[in-house]
Design a protein around this ligand. Sequence first.
Ligand SMILES: NC(=O)c1ccc[n+]([C@@H]2O[C@H](COP(=O)([O-])OP(=O)(O)OC[C@H]3O[C@@H](n4cnc5c(N)ncnc54)[C@H](OP(=O)(O)O)[C@@H]3O)[C@@H](O)[C@H]2O)c1
Length: 278
Amino acid sequence: MSGRVSVAIIGVGAMGEALASGLLAAGWAPDEIALCVRRAERAEELSRLIGSPVTFDVAEAISGRDVVVVAVKPRDVAVVLETMAGGIRPGQTLLSLAAGVTTATYETGLGEVPVVRAMPNTPALVREGVTGIAAGRYATAQHLEAAKEVLGAVGTVKVMDEGLLNAVTAVSGTGPAYVFLMAEALTEAAMREGLPRDVAESFVNQTIRGAGHLLTDTTKSPAQLRYEVTSPGGTTAAAMHILEERGFRALVEDAVRAAAIRSGELGAAQEGGGGETS
Ligand SMILES: NC(=O)c1ccc[n+]([C@@H]2O[C@H](COP(=O)([O-])OP(=O)(O)OC[C@H]3O[C@@H](n4cnc5c(N)ncnc54)[C@H](OP(=O)(O)O)[C@@H]3O)[C@@H](O)[C@H]2O)c1
């Protein structure tokens, strides 16, 4: 035993796979991660890609594992809870990644189990994720530590009140999509200005990567960094004028609000036994 917490991942789609790959890259051995799926083709694919034991049986996957990650869509959580009933031991940590689904939903379904609710994002795939986590009623500091150890392998982790997780969902959980939409729009605009597609794509992608590094590697605020590339009457000023005039900030604010509201609705649908999707 390496001293690392052992993990079971129930539902291995985009997020579950990102987490499993990140854990392997961080030094977990394949057999320290149990994967639970519901389709044979997916089982085969994951055996090839990840090399961890794969099962269709939730009870088998979670047995003896320190952290049990629920990474199915919110609408599938109820079914997973039924198959888990009585199977989670007090020393285990149930780590839910399902958007909007509250720790209370798990506690209602499973009783006094230690639940940690998390909102990660897909840059976890390249170990650049950011995750907010919150403890349920029966989760102790030790359970939070176990959750941090797993999610910390694929990015940064911050503990917070559960009430803030819908906002985190809207900002960082959904956030990569905002950046990807910006990348698409900027690439199309670059091509309209005459750049060949491959040049447009590589310049846009590297600009986003470089600006991201600049932002995280400095103590300067985004506004300050922006002022530094904006001379009066210059090219950036001309572009910023259009973005401000056409309501860029209000658009972003409205998009984030819509995502946060949706996250709350997804959670409420599970509490009411509904079948909403994410
Ligand atoms: N993707 C993101 O950016 C992101 C970010 C933060 C949080 N999340 C949360 O992470 C969770 C997973 O999202 P995702 O994007 O990874 O979805 P996804 O790609 O659809 O993955 C979900 C996986 O769960 C499997 N599954 C469903 N029911 C199952 C069951 N009873 N037993 C075993 N496997 C089962 C599905 O199998 P099939 O292939 O057969 O459908 C699918 O492979 C969601 O709750 C979401 O809210 C996602």
